[in-house]
Design a protein around this ligand. Sequence first.
Ligand SMILES: Cc1c2[nH]c(c1CCC(=O)O)Cc1[nH]c(c(CCC(=O)O)c1C)Cc1[nH]c(c(CCC(=O)O)c1C)Cc1[nH]c(c(C)c1CCC(=O)O)C2
Length: 344
Amino acid sequence: MGEEKPLIAVLRGEALPVPPVWLMRQAGRFLPEYRELRAHAGSFLDTCYNPEIAARITLQPIERFGFDAAILFSDILVVPDALGQKVSFESGHGPKLEPIGEPKDLERLAPVFDADRLAPVYETIARVKRELPERVAFIGFCGAPWTVASYMIAGEGTPDQAPARLFAYRHPEAFGRLIDRLVDASIAYLTRQIDAGVEALQIFDSWAGVLPPQEFERWVVSPLQRIIAELKQRRPAVPIIAFVRGAGPHLPDLAQRLGADALGLDTFVPPQWAAREVSGGVALQGNLDPLALVAGGEALDRQTDAILEAFAGRPHIFNLGHGVLPETPLDHVARLVDRIRNRG
Ligand SMILES: Cc1c2[nH]c(c1CCC(=O)O)Cc1[nH]c(c(CCC(=O)O)c1C)Cc1[nH]c(c(CCC(=O)O)c1C)Cc1[nH]c(c(C)c1CCC(=O)O)C2
């Protein structure tokens, strides 16, 4: 039996002298080999549902940079797609869905999520699993109910998710039913991902930061608690990372109440503050500014060192504070990985 993978050791609560590193959106447009495969594979969703191609894309960043984790190549919006809300991605414009303007529009959705509709995703996982280097951990994911619902309501990306916030104020019961359906879907979908071979999970609540406190409690905290509690019942060995972007001052409370093994930190959380205020039983992941990685040089080195120092001696996974940007130079990523692994 080999040694435990560094990412899994940290998620179990171990502090490693060299933290494991991976990057959100590491399988994507900043890689020429990704753009090359995408150019021949049809639409973005076709690519997500093509196990052979999706598996190769998942492995690309591992082959190039030797990250400590691979994240499944897919998207959070495959869940609305499986619920019968047609999703497409127009290049340069982000996602497009048939918007949900009022409660009766929810009747267009499938009454229950059929996890079998995402069979190609599980096939992708099985393929990646066969080819993954021994020390690399495999992360599955889904979007959190609030973030997924916010795209389902608006039908597109927005600056502040105003359409979903208004819908939730005006129709809290109908919105609650949508959230409940997404809680159930997330549990079923993540369970299938685990059974297909992922070893850890990340739940992306990328739009949590737009909600005031009572709404945050109702649409972010409570659904995440329900998903995590149920997964811990079903598959207790699989650690869970919650990336609640914009959680800021809520983080110490989330560490106590979500039940997650790790919290992802966005770019705006001060590392020293998080290291001090978030209880040590929960691992922290983050939180380099994606723009510092674009800039490179001194700015990148300085911020990298500050993050490493702040989290030294506690369970930490090095990552960005949000997804890697398409214009990121490849040699800056190589420099970052080298600096994390060979400091001092
Ligand atoms: C909100 C959200 C989405 N998708 C995701 C989130 C949460 C994280 C975040 O906040 O960034 C998560 C996601 N999307 C993608 C992954 C794959 C794994 C990885 O992290 O490398 C993951 C984990 C691929 C993708 N998802 C998308 C691409 C680009 C598609 C392309 O043109 O090739 C990729 C590689 C498209 C996408 N998908 C989404 C948007 C808004 C867009 C358009 C904007 C953009 O292109 O970045 C929804």
